[in-house]
Ligand binder design. Structure first.
Ligand SMILES: CC(C)=CCC/C(C)=C(\C)COP(=O)(O)OP(=O)(O)O
Ligand SMILES: [Mg+2]
Length: 357
C-alpha cells in the first residue's frame, strides 16, 4: 500500500519526523475551545450543521417521549452534551441520519448508565455490581424458565438507564449483523468491568499505580463507540478480521488514546466534583509524587505516545492486510478518534482547561 493511501486511512501524516506537522506546545495559555497545548491530534472540519441539528432533535425526542430518560431539570445538561455534534463529527461516513441515530441512542444510554449508576446523578459504588449486571441483561438477554422470564422482562422498564439500553439496543440490532451485535455486547461487558474496578477502588479510597489505572481505563473506555463504526457506516468488518490480534491491538490503542483525551479535558470538572475523582493526571501526581502541573503534562505525553503507537500499528496492519474492508474500518476508527478530540475540545459547556501554561 502506498504512503499516500496510508495517510488517507489515518487522516494525517504519520511516522518518524511528522510530529512537527501537528500543534506543538505554545507559549500563550489556551483560551476556551482551544486544544490542550502539546496534545497530538488531527484537527477536523466542523460537522455538518443540518445533520447535527437533526440528530439533536431526534435524540431528544427519543429520550423524552420514548424512554422518559430524564426529568425537566436535566434538560440543560442534555443539550450541553451536544450529542448531534458528537455523532456527526465522529461518523462522517454514515450514509444517513438513521445510521447516526443508531450511534446516538447508544451514546446517550451509555452516559445515562454512567451518570445514574456510577456518577453524579444518583450514582454510587455501593451495590453497583448488581445494578450493572441487571442493566447488562438489557443488552444480553436473560434466557430462563417461563416462571421467571416475565419478572426479568418487566425489570427492563424499571429505570431510565435500563429503558435507554434496551431501546438503543433494539434499534442497533435492527441494523447490525449477529456478529456485530455480539462484538458490541462484549465491548459493553468490558466497559462494565471497568466501572466495577473504579467503584471498588473508590469504596476503599485506593489510588492505583499508574499502570493499574491505565488497565482500568482500558475497560472503562470509549471502545464501544469506535467499534460500531462499520455498523454506523452501513457495512461490516467480518468477525475473523475484527478478532485478529493486530486489529484488537489497534482498537485498544485507539480507544485508550480517546479515553485519555477525556481525562485531560475533564480534569478541572473532575477536580471540582465531590470526593476524589480518579483520572490520569490525578493518579500520576499521587503515585509518582509530581506537582499537578507536571502530572498533567506527563499525561499529555502518555496520550501522545499512545496515539503514535496506535497510528504506527494501524499503518502496519493496513500494509499486512491490504483488504479494502480493513482500510475502510481503520479509516472509521481514525475518524472516531479525531472526532472525539474535536468534540471534547469544543465542548466548553462541559469542559475547561487547567491554568498550567
Ligand atoms: C460513551 C461511553 C461508552 C462511555 C463510557 C465511559 C465514559 C463515560 C467515558 C470513557 C467518559 O469518561 P468520564 O466518565 O470521565 O466522562 P466525563 O469526564 O464526565 O465527561
Ligand atoms: Mg472524565
Amino acid at each position: 500500500m502506498s504512503t499516500e493511501s496510508l495517510r488517507r486511512i489515518l487522516g494525517g501524516p504519520t511516522g518518524l519526523g511528522t510530529s512537527s506537522l501537528y500543534p506543538a506546545p505554545r507559549e500563550e495559555p489556551p483560551t476556551a475551545g482551544s486544544p490542550v497545548p502539546g496534545l497530538y491530534h488531527h484537527p477536523v472540519a466542523e460537522p455538518d450543521p443540518v445533520r447535527t441539528e437533526e440528530v439533536d432533535r431526534r435524540s431528544k425526542e427519543w429520550a423524552i417521549d420514548e424512554i422518559g430518560l430524564y426529568p425537566p431539570e436535566w434538560e440543560e445538561q442534555f443539550d450541553g452534551f451536544g450529542i448531534g455534534r458528537y455523532m456527526t463529527v465522529c461518523h462522517p461516513d454514515a450514509p444517513t441520519v438513521d445510521h447516526l441515530m443508531v450511534a446516538a441512542r447508544l451514546m446517550v444510554a451509555e452516559n445515562a448508565v454512567d451518570d445514574c449508576y456510577c456518577e453524579d446523578h444518583g450514582g454510587s459504588p455501593i451495590g453497583l455490581g448488581g445494578r450493572l449486571l441487571m442493566a447488562h441483561t438489557s443488552l444480553d438477554p436473560l434466557h430462563t424458565t417461563p416462571e421467571y422470564e416475565p419478572q426479568w422482562a418487566g425489570s427492563l422498564h424499571d429505570d431510565a438507564p435500563r429503558r435507554a439500553y434496551r431501546s438503543a439496543m433494539d434499534h442497533f440490532t435492527d441494523v447490525a449483523s449477529a456478529s456485530q451485535a455480539d462484538r458490541f455486547r462484549h465491548d459493553m461487558a468490558r466497559l462494565h468491568l471497568g466501572y466495577l474496578a473504579e467503584a471498588a477502588w473508590d469504596q476503599t479510597d485506593h489510588v492505583p499505580e499508574v499502570w493499574e489505572y491505565l488497565a482500568m481505563r482500558q475497560f472503562n473506555n470509549f471502545r464501544p463507540c469506535p467499534t460500531i463504526t462499520d455498523t454506523v457506516g452501513g457495512y461490516e468488518l467480518p468477525a475473523d478480521l475484527h478478532s485478529q490480534p493486530a486489529m484488537q491491538r489497534v482498537i485498544a490503542l485507539a480507544s485508550n488514546a480517546t479515553t485519555i483525551v477525556n481525562d485531560l479535558y475533564s480534569y478541572t470538572k473532575e477536580l471540582d466534583s465531590p470526593g476524589k475523582h480518579l483520572n490520569l493526571p490525578v493518579v500520576i501526581a499521587e503515585r509518582e509524587g509530581r506537582t499537578e502541573r507536571e502530572a498533567y503534562l506527563k499525561a499529555v505525553e502518555i496520550h501522545n505516545d499512545l496515539m503514535h503507537t496506535y497510528e504506527a500499528e494501524a499503518a502496519a496492519l493496513a500494509v499486512a492486510c491490504p483488504l479494502p474492508i480493513v482500510a475502510r474500518f481503520l479509516r472509521g476508527v481514525a475518524a472516531w478518534v479525531d472526532g472525539n478530540h474535536h468534540w471534547h475540545q469544543n465542548n466548553t459547556y462541559r469542559y475547561s482547561l487547567p491554568d498550567f501554561w
